[in-house]
Structure formats: C-alpha cells, structure tokens
Ligand binder design. Structure first.
Ligand code: SF4
Length: 325
C-alpha cells in the first residue's frame, strides 16, 4: 500500500481554561482526544459531528493553527508537529484551509486581486510580471470573471465569496485542503454548486481534502471515508457509504436521521438529535454519548468503549460486537 499523504496518529488537543469567580480555578478542556486517521492522495476524508464535537479544532491542529498537545501529524511521512517556523511556512503552501465564513477570512479593505496576489508573491508562485494573469486563471477556475479582481469582498454574494476563498486556497497549488464547514453558511442550492465545484477541482487537480462538516449528507456527497466525532473522540470511522447506509454507532444513526440531502428538490424531514451535547469541560462518565443514547446500558455509564474493527469499519460502542441471539 502506498504511503498516505497525511497520517494523523493519536492526536490530542487540550486547553487549560480558567473557571469560577475571578477565574481562579483551572480546568482542562479535552477538545480533541486521541484521534487517528489517514488521507490518501486524491482522497476526501470527512470529519463529521455537531458543533462542539472538536472537529474544527482537529482541523486547525493539522495545520498547527492550534498546537497539538500530543500525537503526530505525518505529512508525506514527516511529523509536522516537529517543524520549525521556516518549514511550517513552506508547508503552508502545500496545505491550505478554507473557512466556513469567507467574509470573516477576507480583508474587507483589500480587493480580491490584492488578496490573491499577496500569498502568490510571498511564496514565489507568481512574479510581479505574471501575477495578474495567474489571478485571472485562479478566478476563472472557480467560475468567477476576471473583473472580480477589482472588487471588494462586500460586493459578492456568500457563494461568490466562498469561490474567492477556494481560489485563494488553490492559488498556491496545494496538495491538501482542510475545508472547515465550507458550505454550511450557504443556501442549499448554492451549497450544491460549491460542492460540485470542489469535486471538479479535486478530480482535475488530484487534490486531497479533509472536509469538516456537521452534516453527514454533505460529507457523503463529497468524501470517500469519514470519521464521526463526539466530544473530542472518534466514535465511528470507515467508508462514507458504509456509515451512511448502515451506521452502527447510535450517534452516527442519529446524524444520519438528521441529515438533509443537498438537493433543493428533495425535501426530507429533518430529525433532531435529542438533548444537547455536553460540555467538553465536564464530559459524562463512561461513553460520553450515554445521556442522549436511546440504547444506553448500565455498562455505558461506567466504561468508555474502545474503538474496534466491526463489520468493515471502526466503532466505539458497547453494543458491538453484537452478542449472538
Ligand atoms: Fe449508546 Fe452505550 Fe453505545 Fe454509548 S456505548 S453509544 S451509550 S449503546
């Protein structure tokens, strides 16, 4: 088997936070706990879960926008966690990020041309002589006219701004893109267009993606494999069709039931997962999902289930392996 482009091994990210009156008490928030996964060249790997499950922190830790507390992030076999500032800067050319809110990540005082030119010149992807031509090419590739380079972010719609965000990420010819909820702020019909664009770019450029979303339906549309996260841990991981068609973990089952389809003609009822996700500062004992789980047993309150290989995927749940009837 070929070496994966990205290999995440036992990655954790903890934050020490101050609590209580005057912030005198300290507590540890386990935002990401001991997660492992691989991304092959040309693969789109999804990380899915509700808000607060740690998926965005996991994505930021991959780029060291949040420094990992433990574990390894191997990119082409080298551990990014050990990189010094120079190597990290060079790596940022190969791994790019697309944010949920492109408006917040674009400088409102810079034209789109200036926004795209800056990283290209900084990383030597373009020269003063050819930067305009390169920007035009980047804009056309994401379906925007060349004149867009003279405009400011506020002059675009949400979908167009996300196209600018994608153009900026692509402008350095990366191999891997971490896309953090790239379509969740957009209308459903625009979501489908942006997903199709990303799919097209992935195919043409052979890009790899770590695609972070709260929506299993969107992940299914775009990804090959997926990890489902709950309160900082992976609870189920495997092929996206396997998890979508036959989810084993009750949380994946709930996400599946709650997942709308990104097609304006398809109106399915959106179910709601009962209860709220607990605070990662004070996670429930045993399986963290037990207060919300319709299948919880006594053991679930006492012991955290280990992630193990069951029926062609990995799952962390005391229901498996299924006991014979
Ligand atoms: Fe539900 Fe228990 Fe499985 Fe947790 S371990 S998901 S509480 S059945």
């Amino acid at each position: 088997m070929n070496r994966p482009l990205l290999e995440v091994k036992n990655l954790s990210k903890h934050f020490v936070v101050k609590q209580g009156f005057m912030g005198g008490k300290k507590a540890v928030l386990h935002a990401v706990h001991d997660i492992s996964f691989q991304v092959a060249e040309g693969e789109a790997f999804g990380i899915v879960g509700e808000s607060g499950c740690g998926k965005s922190t996991a994505g930021r830790s991959l780029l060291r926008l949040a420094e990992p507390s433990a574990g390894q992030v191997l990119y082409q076999g080298e551990n990014i966690v050990d990189f010094d500032a120079n190597r990290l800067r060079a790596l940022r050319r190969e791994i790019q990020i697309i944010f949920q809110d492109p408006y917040a990540s674009l400088n409102p005082r810079m034209t789109i041309g200036q926004t795209l030119a800056e990283p290209m010149l900084l990383h030597g992807v373009a020269t003063r002589a050819n930067v305009k031509e390169k920007i035009e090419g980047a804009l056309l590739e994401v379906g925007l006219p060349a004149q867009a380079m003279q405009k400011y972010p506020h002059e675009f719609s949400g979908g167009q701004r996300q196209r600018v965000g994608i153009a900026r990420a692509l402008s350095l010819n990366p191999k891997l893109i971490v896309a953090d909820e790239p379509v969740s702020a957009l209308d459903v019909s625009i979501q489908a267009q942006v997903l199709l664009l990303m799919e097209d770019l992935q195919r043409k450029r052979g890009l790899s993606f770590v695609f972070i979303s709260h929506d299993l339906g969107v992940v299914r549309h775009f990804c090959d494999n997926v990890a489902v996260m709950y309160l900082g841990r992976i609870v189920e991981k495997g092929g996206v069709d396997t998890l979508f068609e036959d989810p084993l973990h009750p949380y994946t089952q709930a996400l599946r039931a709650a997942s709308p389809v990104p097609d304006p003609g398809n109106r399915i009822t959106v179910a709601k997962i009962e209860g709220d996700i607990a605070s990662p500062l004070n996670p429930p004992t045993g399986c963290h999902f037990h207060p919300r789980c319709p299948k919880a047993m006594d053991v679930c309150k006492r012991e955290y289930p280990v992630l193990r290989q069951i029926e062609g995927r990995e799952v962390a749940c005391h229901l498996y392996p299924r006991t014979p009837a």
